[in-house]
Design a protein around this ligand. Sequence first.
Ligand SMILES: [Zn+2]
Ligand SMILES: [Zn+2]
Ligand SMILES: [Zn+2]
Ligand SMILES: [Zn+2]
Ligand SMILES: [Zn+2]
Ligand SMILES: [Zn+2]
Ligand SMILES: [Zn+2]
Ligand SMILES: [Zn+2]
Length: 480
Amino acid sequence: MHDETCSHIADAALQADTGKVVGECALCFENNVKAMEFCVCCRLFFCKTHTGLHKEKTQHTVTLSETAVHCGECNKTVDSPGTLQRITLGQDSSPETCPHSATEESPQKVKQKCTYCPIEENLWVCLSCGHTGCGRKQYDGSGGDEHALQHFTETQHPLACKVGTVAKRKGDVYCYQCDRAVSAPIDTLQRFGVDIDRSARTEKTVGEAEEDLNAAAKFNQLLSTKIEHMREEKTRTRIGNIGNSCYLSAFFYVLSRVAENIPPVEAHYRQCLESPPDCVLCQSLKLLSALGSDGKTVYPHTLKSCLLRAGLPLEGQQDLAEMFLLTLNLLEAFGAEWAKRFCTKTLQVSHCAVCANSKKEAAQSLFLSVPIPDSGTASIETLFLEYFSPTETGERCPCGNAFETKQALAELPGLLSVQLNRFGYAQGGVYKKETEIACQDVLFLDAFVAPLQTPDGELVETLLAMGVDRKLAEKALSST
Ligand SMILES: [Zn+2]
Ligand SMILES: [Zn+2]
Ligand SMILES: [Zn+2]
Ligand SMILES: [Zn+2]
Ligand SMILES: [Zn+2]
Ligand SMILES: [Zn+2]
Ligand SMILES: [Zn+2]
Ligand SMILES: [Zn+2]
């Protein structure tokens, strides 16, 4: 029905390309390709909401839909079914297949226990020979003893299926060769006595298990005054597991709850000079915008590859505090003023009891790293009392006497992030402390704030000693 063309459509490069195209709007998580337009120039999809913004910014006029090519400038549409499919391969939400699949070896019954150790959960069955081994150790010490991995190292049998995840002829399959979750047929399990047609899932999927750990990481390792909101907001958008993404998710959940004045992704995109998939800020804001709305699960693949390219160590052993620091620094480097919220100003005050000499050193950090006792239970308040109490660092006053040194907050922080430092060092090794930390709802920080340095400081102290609230005291004095 449409047959008129225009020079823009005629000139558009509509040939197939080997590069994989992500079937998701570049500025949000819309992924229904049928409801989107594909910019032929950028080779990116934009949803109905964002395609206008994209055209306005770039002056790109030619887009593809499922059935036609459009030129926005000349308002022409030419039927072209199949073109979109030809030049885009789309993003498959299930894991990709890998070359390690065909196998045939002698049958062996699947055991409900690791072949090498007493572990009976998180078991993986080798799809080549039916060997059962336990899974990997998680950073928190849970999980297995890595005997399934050991089996791979010894035999080079690459694929293993998690016991209890088989349902409807599918299961969680991991390829040790490629080191990732893959989609692979599990028919060989039948030879080891598993009824893959009638099995029902009894185990959590890897994704679910990792999300449990996510939650644990969020609540144990990072404490901020507003974190409790996260527990209530079940209907909010969630970040799906995309592999090695616990800390990435934890970080963005926290940021979305505590950062103020986060601009909408559209505002940034208007003046962004990068292509959205290559811009850390575009992708961060895309995720943060999604987290501010409700209801679905999003998979920030593009953000993850962006952060990887920017040098964040997402693939290896991770540390939440490190992730937190690096990502915030990165966002700030990209000009994200709103990421500065986490800055905590501290003072280290050294005092000499003999000559009353004292010196102050100011510092600022993104979070306080508070050590915790080796065992038992502790409360945040006792940890703080300990952290802010005077110690001797070995530094000496010019008079020869040892300085007594005290940490203090330089001011009442708007937001205070605390890392409970669970790592201890003994005999050259690192160990993890299992100490339980009780967290009270309200914690008064006034006692940990350094005394004012103004001439009125003494007065403030006097008022404080009388039980007057610090803020009130300061206000009263500054207005007299
Ligand atoms: Zn969109
Ligand atoms: Zn474009
Ligand atoms: Zn045209
Ligand atoms: Zn084992
Ligand atoms: Zn095997
Ligand atoms: Zn593989
Ligand atoms: Zn950008
Ligand atoms: Zn002295």
